[in-house]
Every structure is written in C-alpha cells, then in structure tokens.
Write a new protein. Structure first.
Length: 99
C-alpha cells in the first residue's frame, strides 16, 4: 500500500553536513520510501555530498556513514531496505570526523 505525501525529517551531521551545505531539513515522497530512497534523494544535485557519502565500490553509503531511523541504526533493522514511515527522522552521520 502506498502512502501519499510522506514527509521525512533529515539531519545530516559531521563532515557530511558541510558537504550537504545544511540545505535539506526534510524530503517529501509520493509513497513510503526506503532508507536507500531517502539517501539517493538526499544526494541528488549535490556532487560534493555524493563524493563523500556514497561508496561506488559497494554501491552503498554504509562504509562512510552511520544512518539512523528513529534513533536506531538501520543495520539493526532491514538496512537500506528499511521502510521509512511518514514523519520519521533519518539521521546521517559521517564515520569520519575531526578530533
């Protein structure tokens, strides 16, 4: 079943925030997206964010980022195929950070 007007709150933290220019605070989808859908949409139009977030060798952001849905790391759910309900918060945190 597809939902209409699904809004997902986005928080990008660490070095990824500067790459994303902090411009995105939410995304809207016509139906219920997966975490992968959210990440791909987040990277649209931002080559800099894609270059630091997406690992082309494995086709995933997982080596470069910790992704949480509702405060739970998505690896503990269904990974990038986890369905993101309306009103949820997705947090993307770089695993690389300064000290």
């Amino acid at each position: 079943m597809s939902l209409v007007g699904v809004r997902v709150k986005i928080r990008v933290l660490g070095v990824l925030r500067s790459a994303s220019e902090g411009a995105v605070d939410s995304l809207c989808f016509a139906g219920e997206p997966t975490v992968r859908d959210v990440v791909l949409r987040l990277m649209e139009g931002s080559p800099e964010l894609r270059s630091v977030l997406w690992d082309e060798a494995v086709g995933s952001p997982v080596p470069n980022a910790l992704i949480m849905l509702g405060g739970i790391e998505v690896g503990n759910l269904e990974g990038l195929e986890t369905t993101v309900p309306d009103g949820s918060e997705v947090v993307v945190l770089s695993v690389t950070h300064g000290g």
